[in-house]
Write a protein of this length. Structure first.
Length: 585
């Protein structure tokens, strides 16, 4: 496939010279296949690597036996222009500081691998392999499930198979898995299941020690200096790559048959169900509801039932008065760093009563309107074929029946699509509920969140709708205003959840520990019941420190003076580890 003439002029001498140079390099690579020294000298000539140290490094890299790493595949190098930076210093910081930063990141990676493996969440196998070589004790790589590779053929189907039956239809409690016969009880904020097998989880002391390590990593000077300079370097390197190879990448994209941006699969992993529709869609739905169901009772105000028409009459509004501007639900620049204004945007026309009627699952009409509008969004996603979303629903922990009400809403209104999965977010609002006398202590909130999940896992027939709903839930999240100050520091002297009766909200780390611990026990129990497809992940909206730090190391760090530092013998493995330390789902 030839590129458009306005992209690559054929009469360009620079382009012709580059093409001849690339053809000659490929020819040399084929002719001297068994002469690596000649090949290296050719590469040095054509890539302008005039450093003898670089030549020696390339030689060492080519001599690494491929059978040491059977999982590694050779990726064909594309014909892009590349910038080679030679020399010993690659990040602008002293080598001793670089070693300190590397040691800190290795320690953080070991901590992350431990907690991901313990909760049965996936971890990058490339990173795990290099950590396995660095560690004093071998890592158990069998905890990560092997995903078989799918063979790609010319006649492979473009679209995944569509579900033949609706998963929420024909619910028969007798067809559900039988009772496991276990009992569960929450003690000290952790659900304990009476089984013959031990369900592991990290104890409080171990968690606090690891948390202190991560807190010390935050204020580590060499790490901060290196990360800042590394980010600046990577940004500049990427801009240089765009200047050199942008047109070639566009041409390569056009060579892919039957594919462009609009027919490749895309997944939005952070979108609230109550805001998954656009303003115009919500406006049309509200107007249609006012015309079709004006006499339907939708709200109870001080013991008096109100129809949809009466609700709008109390606000002196008609369907004709409604517009996108009157809805005022657009999150503009004024909501940046203003969590209060951001939450207010979820109220149509600034009225919380309309939010309760149209975008809530638990209301007087049992979330009828909300279910209908989400099904319309799902229909649009299915029609587009290539768009997928993870919609977020909220569980507050105020009562034990929240999970059942949410599942009954989904099953009753058949809110399901092959293009949609659910992610449950738990707002950190214990202080608000405790002030309103809705909760006595923090353990009561944990019981309301997790005990129904353990009960339905042990005996699905006790909560049949919840059993079906959980098969499409992929994770938990903890959400709130991160700018709020925390009055308490989580340590071993912190009160246990049953004793947390203070008016202050527990710190973020306190929430995360008890959510993570109970989620870990739940995942092990669900795997024991062969619910491998229903493993629930802890997916935080706020990027954690480790993800930010590993992102700083995401490109290859090249150094040539390892022989001068005996304690840096593990450093090459760290470099390759950090190059592929991205999280996998």
């Amino acid at each position: 496939m030839r590129s458009a003439p306005y992209e690559f002029p054929e009469d360009s001498p620079i382009e012709q010279l580059e093409e001849r140079r690339q053809r000659l390099e490929r020819q040399i690579s084929q002719d001297v296949k068994f002469e690596p020294d000649i090949l290296l000298r050719a590469k040095q000539e054509f890539m302008k690597t005039d450093s003898a140290t670089d030549l020696e490094y390339l030689k060492e890299q080519n001599q690494v036996p491929t059978d040491m790493y059977p999982e590694r595949e050779l990726i064909p190098e594309r014909e892009y222009q590349r910038v080679a930076i030679s020399g010993e210093e690659k990040c602008g910081v002293p080598f001793t500081d670089l070693l300190d930063a590397a040691k800190c990141v290795v320690k953080a990676l070991f901590i992350r691998e431990k907690y991901m493996a313990l909760s049965l969440q996936s971890f990058c196998r490339t990173t795990a392999r290099y950590l396995h070589e660095l560690g004093d004790r071998p890592l158990d790589l069998n905890v990560y499930e092997e995903v078989p590779e799918t063979a790609v053929t010319a006649d492979a189907t473009v679209h995944p198979p569509v579900s033949e039956t609706h998963p929420y239809e024909g619910l028969d409690p007798a067809s559900l898995p039988p009772d496991m016969g276990y009992s569960c009880k929450m003690m000290d904020g952790v659900v304990h299941v009476a089984t013959e097998l031990d369900l592991p989880y990290p104890d409080l002391q171990e968690y606090i020690v690891d948390m202190n390590v991560m807190m010390a990593l935050i204020i580590n000077g060499p790490v901060k200096s290196f990360c800042y300079r590394r980010l600046q370097y990577l940004s500049s390197k990427f801009q240089m790559h765009i200047l050199l190879n942008e047109m070639k990448e566009l041409a390569a994209q056009k060579k892919v048959p039957h594919r462009d941006f609009y027919n490749i699969r895309k997944v939005d992993t952070h979108i609230h169900a109550s805001s998954c529709m656009n303003q115009k869609h919500l406006l049309r739905f509200i107007k249609r509801a006012m015309k079709k169901y004006p006499k339907e009772i939708v709200h109870v105000e001080k013991g008096r039932e109100q129809t949809l028409m009466e609700v709008f009459e109390s606000m002196n509004l008609t369907a004709f008065d409604l517009s996108v501007d009157t809805l005022d639900m657009h999150a503009d620049r004024n909501t940046f760093h203003r969590f209060d204004k951001f939450n207010a945007k979820y109220n149509p026309i600034g009225e919380s009563i309309l939010r309760e009627i149209f975008i809530k699952t638990d209301n007087h009409i049992e979330g009828k309107y909300f279910g209908h509008i989400i099904k319309e969004v799902m229909a649009d996603l299915e029609e587009s074929k290539y768009q997928n979303v993870e919609l977020r629903l909220s569980i507050y922990g105020r009562s034990r029946d929240e999970w059942d009400k949410l599942a009954q809403w989904a099953v009753k209104h058949q809110v399901y699509s092959d293009n949609v999965r659910w992610l449950v977010q738990v707002p950190r609002l214990f202080d608000v509920y405790h002030t309103k006398k809705q909760l006595c202590n923090f353990q009561e909130m944990l019981e309301n969140i997790f005990l129904p999940l353990f009960e339905v896992t042990i005996n699905p027939r006790t909560h049949p709708e919840l059993h079906l709903f959980l098969q499409h839930v992929v994770g938990f999240d903890s959400v709130d205003d991160e700018s709020k100050p925390e009055q308490h520091i989580f340590n071993l002297d912190s009160p246990l959840p049953a004793n947390w009766i203070e008016e202050d909200n527990p710190p973020y780390s306190y929430y995360l520990y008890y959510m993570y611990v109970n989620m870990t026990v739940l995942n092990h129990l669900r795997r024991l019941q062969c619910y491998s497809i229903c493993i629930i992940w802890l997916r935080l909206a706020l990027p954690c420190l480790l993800s930010a730090i590993t992102a700083c190391f995401s490109a290859t760090i090249v150094t040539r003076c390892l022989s001068t530092c005996p304690e840096a013998s593990w450093f090459p493995y760290l470099l390759m580890t950090l190059c592929s330390s991205t999280s996998q789902r």
